[in-house]
Write a protein that binds this ligand. Structure first.
Ligand code: FAS
Ligand code: PHB
Length: 390
């Protein structure tokens, strides 16, 4: 068994673990990241696409915003559509804010590059990671290349996602969870085609939800609401494009470019929050603590939000002030719940639920009509979509 020491042992080399490591390293705090998968696997995941203003600034402040600012696309608003017509919610005109379209894959690439440039300690393909004695003398063990390793540390950051081990470490009589599983999934595709519109289109349709997004001028990302147990083979490219065109306004559908998909996946949707986000020397960060349906583009941004609070807390701790550590869970959760509410609201409004019936669908169409007609309603949507203040 080898033994090493660090101040903060970070489990998970996704966006939250890497960003936390980057910020702490720049503040002179030693970290070690343990990632279960290979780097290629982590970088191959296609996930989020929209960054809030707070996320943009966090990446810039951490020294990893240059490529985002060069290659990303600032969007002043988004389209909402129903019954074959759409309208625009103008974030910039309403609240003077924007969002950045820049894929999570790119954010993760930038973070790994910055970590490597600073010789940040990252162990890829760390197997059998286990948290030991988080309530006493915290340390983490793992196996790699047939050798057992031990990491002694002051703190453990569980940045290991929804299926990680950190949340399971908190005793059942301490951990409280709340969950809503949605009765549908998102079938997503990536295609080397021009985006259907200059900004995103969120569409409510009798047949189900659809979203037209993008990664750049020649790479588009689309989603349609689909049964979560549908076999992927059922959704040939032609079947996907046909269904998507039926759900988007016809002027968009008739003009959009289609082509071979280069990625296709069907993801379940849930709202999930675990409390508390701290137990003794262990902190939960990002998807390890909460999951939101991607309708509100909040998942990645909430992970960054947690990193904002935890990095501040740890920097203050090593400066002799423990107020941030003691209030981390409460402060992080206050923003998590507000984003969870928005994501639930927008998902409920834009998707077809089995129990909706004719009345339910008419109520949703009336709310969308009200959203179109009311500056106040659009302002509420805008400030939640672009991201509430930390
Ligand atoms: P992550 O899951 O990204 O990273 C956790 C890391 O921990 C992974 O690399 C994992 O390999 C590692 N790990 C797990 N267990 C471990 C162990 N035992 N030991 C060591 N390492 C371990 N969000 C949006 O905003 N918009 C979207 O459109 C969107 N689409 C999504 C689609 C899918 C299919 C999924 C799964 C998520 C999507 N999300 C989306 C949410 C997603 O972007 C997350 O919010 C974001 O990745 C959260 O980052 P992390 O908390 O770092 O967790
Ligand atoms: C994406 O481009 O992947 C994306 C954009 C906005 C969302 C969800 C996903 O709400």
């Amino acid at each position: 068994m080898t033994t090493t020491r660090t101040q903060v042992c970070i489990i998970g080399g996704g966006p939250s673990g890497l960003l936390l490591s980057q910020i702490l390293h720049r503040a002179g705090i030693d970290t070690l990241v343990l990632e279960r998968q290979s780097r290629a696997y982590v970088l191959g995941r296609i996930r989020a696409g929209v960054l809030e203003g707070g996320t943009m600034q966090m990446l810039r402040d951490a020294g990893v915003g240059a490529r985002m600012d060069t290659e990303g696309f600032l969007h002043d608003g988004t389209y909402v559509a129903t019954r074959n017509r759409g309208f625009r919610v103008d974030f910039d005109a309403l609240i003077g804010r924007q969002v950045m379209v820049y894929g999570q894959t790119e954010v993760t690439k930038d973070l790994y590059a910055a970590r490597d440039a600073m010789d940040g300690r990252i162990v890829d393909e760390a197997a059998d990671v286990a948290i030991q004695d988080a309530a006493g003398t915290p340390h983490v063990t793992y196996r790699r290349d047939g050798t057992e390793h031990r990491v002694d540390c002051d703190w453990i950051a569980g940045c290991d996602g929804f299926h990680g081990l950190s949340r399971q470490t908190i005793p059942a009589d301490v951990l409280r969870t709340v969950e809503r599983v949605y009765p549908f999934g998102w079938l997503g595709v990536l295609s080397r085609t021009a985006p259907a519109a200059p900004e995103l289109i969120y569409a409510n349709h009798d047949r189900g939800f659809a979203l037209a997004s993008m990664r750049n001028e020649s790479l588009s990302r689309y989603y349609i609401q689909a049964p979560v147990d549908d076999p992927l083979e059922k959704w040939t490219d032609d079947a996907f494009w046909d269904e998507l065109r039926r759900r988007l306004p016809s002027d968009v559908a008739d003009a959009m470019e289609t082509g071979p998909t280069i990625e296709k996946s069907l993801a379940p949707l849930r709202s999930f929050v675990a409390e508390p986000m701290r137990w003794n020397r262990l902190f939960l960060v990002g998807d390890a603590a909460h999951i939101v349906p991607p309708t509100g583009a909040k998942g990645l941004n909430l992970a960054v939000s947690d990193v904002h609070y935890l990095s501040d807390a740890l920097i203050r701790h090593y400066g002799g002030d423990d107020e941030g550590i003691d209030s981390y869970s409460e402060r992080a959760l206050a923003r998590v719940w507000k984003a969870t509410r928005f994501s639930w609201w927008f998902t409920t409004l834009m998707h077809r639920f089995p129990e909706d019936g004719a009345f339910g669908q008419r109520m949703k169409q009336a709310e969308i009509d009200y959203l179109e007609s009311s500056r106040a309603a659009q302002t509420v949507m805008a400030e939640n979509y672009v991201g509430l203040p930390f």
